[in-house]
Design a protein around this ligand. Structure first.
Ligand code: NZQ
Ligand code: ZN
Length: 376
C-alpha cells in the first residue's frame, strides 16, 4: 500500500543521488501524488529537479528539453510519475543524456545500449511501459510516431499502487484496458507452434480483463478490480507472455499512425484497428482465431466451418470494447477517410520503412489501404 512513499528508498537503492522527476499534464499535481513523491526523496536526502508537461502521445520537443536540463543539473536518475507517455518520455531522456548524437537515431532502429537508470510510479494501467524495454515518441517536425528499444531503458523499478488509478476517467480506464488486451493479442497472433504455456497465460490474462474491465467501468473505486488490471497490464507487456514465440504488432503499427495524425488515445485507436486487422488476416490461421474465440469468448466450435467461430470471436471482442465505451470506426475516433493515402504512406514508407510492415503476416500498401477502409 502507498508504495509511492518508498520512491526515495528505491532511487537510492539503484544509485540515484540527483533525480529528474518527470510528469504529465497535471493529474499527479492535483492528486497530491507529486508532493508525496518529493517528500519521499527529501526523506532520503536525494536532490531533484522537475519537468512536467508530457502530453499523451509524447513529443520530441520536451525530450530535447529534458536532455538539456539533465546535463545542466547533472541528473543521474530519471523518475517518471504518470502513465505510459510520461514513462516513454523519461526513457527517451534517459537514453538521450548519454548519447552524443540526436536521440531520434534510436527511433530509426538503433538499439539503446546505454541510458541513465529509470524508475516509475505508475498512475494508469495501459501501455505496459513500466515493464517494457520500449519507448514510443512522436517527432514534432513531421508528426512521425515511432518506437525505440533496449534493455537499458527497462525501468529499474516500478511502483504499482492500484489506488493511484482510481481517479482515472472512464474513457482513459477503457482505453487502458483495450491497450492491455492488444498487447496480449499481438503475442497470441504467432507463427510459432507448440507454445502452449504462453498461449494459456495469454488466455488467462484476457479472461481476467474480460471479467475486471466492466467492473472498473461500473465502479472506478473498485480497488480489487483495479489491482488485477494493473498487474495484468504489467504481465501483458513485460514479455512474460511472449517468450519463445514470434509476435505480431501490425495492429500497433497501424494504430500509431492514427494517434500520430489525430492525437487520439492509443487504446481508442486500437479498438477501431484490431477488429479490422483481425478480420483481414484471419485466413492466415483460422484455428488460432477459433481457439481464442472458444477459450476466451465462450463461442462454440463449428468444426465444419471454423471461420464462422473465428469471426464470432472477433465480433465478441469488438462488442466487448464497445461496451466499455470505446469507438467503433473512423468517425467515432475522429479520423477521416480522405487521409487514408497519407496514413498508408507514413505507415509503410515513413522513417526509412521499405514499403510494407511485417508480423503475423506481411502487409503491403494495398493491404493497409484495405484495412484502413474497413475501419470507415
Ligand atoms: O497527463 P496527465 O495529467 O497525467 O493525464 C493523463 C493523460 O491525460 C491521464 N492520467 C494518467 N493517470 C491518471 C490520469 N488522469 C487521472 N488520474 C490518473 N491516475 O491519462 C491520460 C493518458 O495518459 P498516457 O500516459 O498518455 O496513457 P498511456 O499509459 O495509455 O500511454 C500512452 C502512450 O504509450 C504508448 C502509446 O503509443 C502512447 O503514446 N505506448 C507505449 C508502449 C511502451 N513504451 O512499451 C507500448 C504501448 O503499446 C504504447 O504504444
Ligand atoms: Zn499498446
Amino acid at each position: 500500500m502507498d508504495g509511492e512513499n518508498q520512491a526515495g528508498t528505491m532511487v537510492k537503492r539503484f544509485g540515484g543521488s540527483k533525480a529528474l522527476i518527470h510528469y504529465g499534464g497535471g493529474s499527479v499535481v492535483r492528486s497530491g501524488l507529486l508532493d508525496r513523491v518529493k517528500s519521499s526523496l527529501n526523506a532520503e536526502g536525494i536532490a531533484f529537479t522537475e519537468l512536467g508537461g508530457v502530453k499523451p502521445n509524447p513529443r520530441s520537443g520536451l525530450v530535447y528539453e529534458g536532455i538539456e536540463l539533465c546535463k545542466k543539473e547533472q541528473v543521474d536518475f530519471i523518475l517518471a510519475v504518470g502513465g505510459g507517455s510520461t514513462i516513454d518520455s523519461s526513457k527517451a531522456i534517459a537514453a538521450g543524456v548519454l548519447y552524443d548524437g540526436d536521440f531520434w537515431d534510436y527511433y530509426c532502429g538503433k538499439r539503446i545500449e546505454e541510458a541513465l537508470p529509470v524508475g516509475t510510479i505508475l498512475t494508469i494501467a495501459a501501455a505496459g511501459s513500466e515493464g517494457s524495454p520500449d519507448s514510443v515518441i512522436t517527432r514534432e517536425s513531421d508528426m512521425m510516431k515511432r518506437g525505440a528499444s533496449g534493455d537499458a531503458i527497462r525501468p529499474k523499478f516500478s511502483i504499482l499502487n492500484p489506488a493511484l488509478t482510481q481517479t482515472l476517467p472512464p474513457f482513459q480506464s477503457a482505453a487502458g484496458i483495450t491497450d492491455i488486451m492488444a498487447h496480449l493479442y499481438e503475442r497470441y497472433l504467432t507463427n510459432s507452434t507448440e507454445v502452449e504455456v504462453t498461449d494459456r497465460m495469454i488466455e488467462a490474462l484476457l479472461l481476467t480483463m474480460k471479467h475486471e474491465g466492466p467492473r472498473v467501468i461500473a465502479d472506478p473505486n473498485n480497488y480489487e478490480a483495479r489491482a488485477n488490471i494493473m498487474w495484468a497490464g504489467m504481465m501483458a507487456h513485460n514479455n512474460s507472455c511472449g517468450v519463445g514465440r514470434s509476435q505480431d504488432w501490425n495492429s500497433h503499427n497501424i494504430e500509431h499512425e492514427l494517434s500520430a495524425l489525430y492525437d487520439c488515445a492509443h487504446g481508442a485507436g486500437l479498438a477501431v484497428t484490431m477488429p479490422a486487422v483481425f478480420k483481414y488476416v484471419m485466413k492466415h490461421n483460422i484455428m488460432r482465431f477459433a481457439q481464442v474465440a472458444v477459450r476466451v469468448w465462450g463461442c462454440s466450435m463449428d468444426f465444419e466451418h471454423p471461420e464462422v467461430t473465428a469471426l464470432e470471436g472477433i465480433n465478441a471482442f469488438a462488442a466487448f470494447l464497445t461496451s466499455l465505451g470505446m469507438p467503433r470506426n473512423f468517425e467515432e475516433l475522429g479520423a477521416k477517410e480522405e487521409d487514408i493515402p497519407v496514413l498508408v504512406e507514413n505507415l509503410c514508407c515513413g522513417n526509412g520503412r521499405d514499403g510494407s510492415i511485417s508480423g503475423f503476416v506481411t502487409l503491403c500498401k494495398e493491404d493497409c489501404t484495405e484495412i484502413y477502409r474497413m475501419m470507415v
